[in-house]
Design a protein around this ligand. Sequence first.
Ligand code: SF4
Length: 237
Amino acid sequence: MNADIYEIFNSIQGEGIYAGTRQVFVRFCGCQLTCEYCDTRDARAAVARCRIDDRQINNPLDVGTVIDAIDRLWTPSTRYVSLTGGEPLLHAEFIRELAERNRRPLYLETNASLPDSAETLADMLDVAACDIKLPEHRSTGDYDRLLDAELATIEVFSSAGVETFVKIVVLPETTEKSIGSAVFGIELIDCSIPLILQPVSPVNINPERLLGLMDFAGTHLSDIRMIPQLHKLLLIP
Ligand code: SF4
């Protein structure tokens, strides 16, 4: 099985409940969404060559090549392989083969819009970091359908016993109303699923507004955290 991969590298996880942990990142090419705040635009389409540390090798890569790269980039403080993108669930069959052959814990970072792909991988993942997009992200022309798919994916992972949390990127225009459907949807699945509110980088949002969003979400969910992108504060790629 082959896949187009943008880059493979070792760094610090900058988002979510595992912010600060070392991970080997496998960044897949391709994404079906169009988020305005996207900071990995170059990975949304296929590229001819994949960067592995300071080397460039031709795409597509086979699973064995990716596992070799993971093993070479692994360090004593590294804890997870992060499957990221782009959108990694577009490569579910490749990830399934990788999961069968790789011996490291797997951490998925997904826009959560592909619940059928989530079903095929739910028994193989350790952590699922699932985005929920907001209308103001302009990720799609059919927001209600995207939200339904995201909530379905979260339910798949959560009910399968994958450690699951949700991340919502907060923009200056984000309001209680715009996060309301996401919060109510998570509450219906499991009110103990952690919700990370992540102010868009660079952070330039009134702190009172951020605290107000936390309190609104906290009325419905038990674990709300406000976490900015740590790797950008540390100036780490
Ligand atoms: S889902 Fe992720 S990779 Fe895709 S456009 Fe949105 S931010 Fe970018």
